[in-house]
Design a protein around this ligand. Structure first.
Ligand SMILES: [Zn+2]
Ligand SMILES: [Zn+2]
Length: 89
């Protein structure tokens, strides 16, 4: 799990933002994968911060902000398989 003090790479453009940034300063994408169930005037909301590969909130099952923006980071296990044999030059 990434440390809270780590720089935040943007899931959309890859720019590495400062740890204090909440939105990417290059493209405006959110850097924290919050639950999209945001608090409203009456509605309490959730706003749980999920890992960057979460398409749905771990706490309430609502789609995450990254899901809504289409920038969910694929899980490493879902990466395309490496083709063998690997060519070493
Ligand atoms: Zn960006
Ligand atoms: Zn939630």
């Amino acid at each position: 799990m990434a440390d809270k003090d780590d720089p935040r790479p943007c899931a959309r453009c890859g720019y590495v933002n400062d740890k204090s940034h909440v939105y990417c300063i290059k493209c405006g994408a959110p850097l924290l994968n919050k639950c999209a169930d945001e608090p409203g005037r009456i509605h309490k909301g959730c706003s749980f911060v999920n890992p960057p590969d979460a398409a749905f909130c771990a706490k309430c099952g609502f789609p995450t902000i990254f899901n809504r923006e289409g920038i969910v980071v694929p899980h490493p296990a879902a990466a395309p398989p490496i083709s063998w044999p690997i060519q070493i030059n």
